[in-house]
Every structure is written in C-alpha cells, then in structure tokens.
Design a protein around this ligand. Structure first.
Ligand code: ADP
Length: 486
C-alpha cells in the first residue's frame, strides 16, 4: 500500500482534489469550478450531480498523478458545511437541488420558531441559533415544499456534502461526521447523537438521516479508481482548517481572513455555552470523544479591499495596500467601520452601514487604506472580547487566507490583539486538516499531535505596540462604531 493521502476539498465555488505526502508536501492539485444557481431572491442552489462528477474527475486526476490507487493510503474529505443534498437510495441520484448554506429560504420558518420561543432551547441543545444558515430549517422547508421527497418514502436519503460524496464513492454507505452533523440543528452537541426532540421540531425524516461517525477511522472503501482506497478522514471546512492549523489545545485559535473572516477557538472537551451569540460547535470527534470550538465570524474582511478596488477605485490591486499603509506613520485619525453588510459579533447590527470617519484636509488615500487594514484588527479585537467573555480567550492566533499574505496586517493583528500571530508557510490549512485526519484514520499517525507535523514551518509575528497606543486606537474605533449603530 502506498502512503500518499488524497484530499477532496469540496468548497462553495469550486471542488478540488489534492495529493499529499505524509510530511505535508503537496504532490498535486486539480480543481473545477461549480455552477452557482440563484433561482430567486435569497435562494442559492447547487447541482449535487455536478458536484459529484466534478469531484470524481478531480480525484481521478490525482489518483493518476499518484501512480494508481495502490499508491494512496487513504482519502480525506472536507466540505462546505450546512449545504444539504437529497437523494434516492435506489438510483443514487439527487431528488432535488442542493440547498446551499447561503440560502435564506427558511427565514420564515426560523421567525415562526423564534416567535414560539424555541431559540434558547435550540441553542442549549445544539450550540447554534435559529438561522436559515443551518441545515435543519432547510430540511423543514424542503419536506414541506418538495412533494417528491415525501413520495420517495424509504428511498429518501439526505445529508451534507461529505455524506453525499461518501455515499457516491462507496456506492451506498450513509454516514456523516460529527463536525458536519453539529451544523444541522439536529444533533445534540453534548451527546453527539441525533435528537428526537429536534427531529420533531424541524419535521425531519428520521430514517433518511445518515449515521454520525468520528472524523477519523476506516469508514468504507471506494473501488472507483482501479483498486480499493479507504475513506479515513471527514470534517467540515472550518473545523478542518482549525485542525490543519494544529489548534489542538484549549485557547488555540485560528482565523481565516478571506472574503469574510472565520474564527474558531478550541474550547476543550465540554460543550461551551455562548452568551454573546457566538456558535458552539464540534471541533472533532475521535474514538467517540468530542472536542469543541466556539465560532464567530466577521462579515467583511477581504471584500472591503475588493470594494476599495472595484467600486471606489482607490487602489488597483489588493497588494498595493501594504505599501500604502506603511507610507504613513499612523491612521491620521481616520477610522473605517466596514459595516457594508451590517456588523457581526459582538454588535449584531444587521442594519448598520459602513462609515469612514475622522477625515481632515491632512488625510489622503494612504490614511483611508490604512484605516481599512486596521479595521481587520479592530474587528478581531471585538471578536476576541466576545470569546473571552464566553470563557474562551485566545492564547495565540493562527492566521490563514488571502488577506494575511499582507505582512502589515499580520503584524497589526499581533499588536492590537496582544498575542503572538502565527502564519504557516503552507496556506492550504483546510485541505491539510483533512489530510491529517485521513492519516490518523488509516493508522499512519497515532493521533493529532503526531499528524500536526504536516503543518510545517510557521512565521511568527510578536506584539510590539505599547498599551497606550493600542488603547488609543481602540478608543477611536469604539467611537467610530458607535457612530454607525446609534
Ligand atoms: P476566499 O477564500 O474567501 O475567496 P481568499 O482567502 O482567497 O478568499 O482571500 C482573498 C481576499 O483577500 C480578497 O478579498 C482580497 O481582497 C484579499 N487580499 C488578497 N491579497 C491581499 C493583500 N495583499 N492585502 C490585503 N488584502 C488582500
């Protein structure tokens, strides 16, 4: 048996297969774009059949690159979370479009349940909130509105994307891992099992649900690549990135700064409870034992730079921002609150709108750009405060995503958060996490600590800014935020 690890990284806009050596070296990568369907306001759908055929083609290319199925020790799968697929167990074909995590069609169902006072109970059991984002209310909507699902009776199967891919790869194994299951609103966060009460609340067809399994193990084999390859690792994308960043101890935190920013803090082995509207979620399940995370998101991160480039035309390229920020001594009193689509934690003001404040004749383009970059650390600081209030303060911050290729931003995060910021040389942390899990599942690594060597070299950014300067900036930021929410 070979010792290469094949990772399937099925994202929202593209699907990808990557081939890893046990030391974390990438041996190959192949990706394909996925069609996004927007059939109406707030509706976002994917074609599950397309996801499968494109994923299969990418995986096939990597098997060939590896020199055949016998060169591959195991497959690891990581996926866009919450997106839901309905299929027919007999034909193995989708029965309806896949409802994507961004889809808002179940907003009315959420509102009705909230008005009925269900949210505190749902949050206590699942760690989640009543929002169309999560799969449970999407199931409720689909069962009410798509008669073919009820008509399918016992033939109906449903699951998140990793569940669908495992079914197709193994031709009939119906499982989901605990990290993906923890995003459905149907799993008890403490028990790791489907909850009958929640199944009733969301009117979910119990017999159509997959079995909840660990994130690593020998789940089944695929025979589609000219030999048998075991499927040994499964995790949702943000959890996979947290594992890929080796946040293995309580307090260790990863933040991905892409279009938006997603932050997960390892919260230890008991389910955390948020009083600040952060999400509690399963970080991994190994040998039946779960680790948990608190999760928070900043809506606008890299999209702010895209907006400055494409709509305001202040810059031509995102990369210019670093030199511009360095060209001035400080922000010159300018603050940018990037509430272009409302403000997230801890403000939770969906109606708030963005502002650039503190401008005077002495300011120019560089100050505005610097204020935009500073907003990343300011928003992260607000999030850190919410995490700390929930008992999960950040010990370190491990960063990835397109924005933190910018050294200035990485250093500013260290300065403003007053923690060491670590940036791995290998940025594909989501795929790496799935490779680590696959390596554990096939027995290549004893556990997460051993697998974490795959992460490789990291660059450290140590806090250098004194407390008075930090406090002054935070005071300016607070003032600016108040002006957009009051
Ligand atoms: P996603 O995975 O969400 O598509 P990426 O992780 O690829 O996002 O990050 C891309 C984002 O990072 C873009 O929004 C872009 O504006 C921003 N970005 C890329 N390079 C820089 C840079 N040097 N400085 C600031 N922002 C950057």
């Amino acid at each position: 048996m070979g010792e290469k690890l094949l990772v399937i990284d099925e994202g929202t806009t593209s699907t990808r297969a990557m081939l890893f050596a046990p030391d974390g070296t990438v041996l190959g990568s192949k990706s394909a774009e996925l069609k996004q369907s927007y059939p109406g306001p707030g509706l976002v759908e994917h074609d599950a059949a397309e996801i499968w055929t494109k994923t299969l083609a990418c995986a096939q290319a990597m098997v060939e690159k590896a020199g055949g199925a016998d060169q591959i020790a195991a497959i690891g799968i990581t996926n866009q979370r919450e997106t839901l697929v309905f299929w027919d167990r007999t034909s193995g074909e989708p029965l309806a479009p896949a409802i994507v995590w961004q889809d808002r069609r179940s907003a009315d169902i959420c509102r009705t349940l909230k008005e009925a006072g269900e949210e505190p109970g749902v949050q206590a059991r699942t760690g989640l909130l009543l929002d169309p984002y999560f799969s449970g209310t999407k199931i409720a909507w689909a069962m009410r509105n798509w008669p073919q699902l009820r008509e399918a009776g016992d033939r109906l199967a449903l699951g998140t994307i990793e569940s669908w891919l495992v079914w197709k790869l193994t031709q009939g194994l119906h499982i989901t891992d605990a990290t993906n299951a923890s995003r459905t609103l149907l799993m008890g966060l403490g028990s790791g099992a489907w909850s009958d009460g929640l199944i009733d609340l969301f009117d979910a067809p119990r017999d159509a649900l997959p079995e909840i399994v660990d994130c690593a193990g020998r789940f089944g084999v695929t025979k589609l690549f000219g030999g048998e390859i075991p499927i040994c690792g499964l995790a949702g994308d943000q959890q996979s990135a947290t594992i890929g960043q080796a946040c293995l101890s309580k307090g260790e935190t990863k933040a991905t700064f892409g279009t938006g920013a997603f932050v997960l803090t390892n919260a230890g082995t008991s389910p955390p409870t948020s009083k600040n509207r952060l999400l509690a979620t399963c970080l991994w399940q190994l040998n039946g034992r779960r680790a948990y995370a608190l999760e928070g998101s900043v809506f606008v991160a890299g999209s702010l730079i895209q907006w400055l480039r494409d709509s305001v035309k202040l810059i031509e390229k995102a990369q210019e921002t670093e030199a511009l920020a360095r060209s001035v001594e400080d922000n010159g009193g300018v603050y940018l609150v990037p509430a272009l689509s409302g403000l997230g934690a801890p403000w939770w003001q969906p109606e708030a709108r963005a502002a650039i404040s503190g401008l005077s004749f002495s300011n120019g383009k560089a100050h505005i750009v610097r204020a935009a970059l500073e907003a990343m650390a300011h928003q992260s600081h607000d999030l850190k405060t919410a995490f700390a209030a929930d008992g999960a303060d950040w010990a370190t911050l491990r960063v990835d995503g397109g924005m933190v290729t910018n050294d200035w931003i990485a250093q500013d995060l260290a300065d403003m958060l007053d923690v060491t910021v670590e940036r791995p040389a290998f940025a594909e942390t989501t795929a790496l996490g799935a490779a680590m899990l696959a390596g554990i599942g096939c027995g290549m690594f004893k556990g997460l600590e051993e697998a974490a060597a795959m992460r490789g070299k990291v660059e450290m950014f140590e806090p250098k800014l004194g407390a008075p300067a930090r406090d002054a900036r935070l005071a300016g930021w607070k003032h600016a935020v108040r002006s957009v929410i009051e």
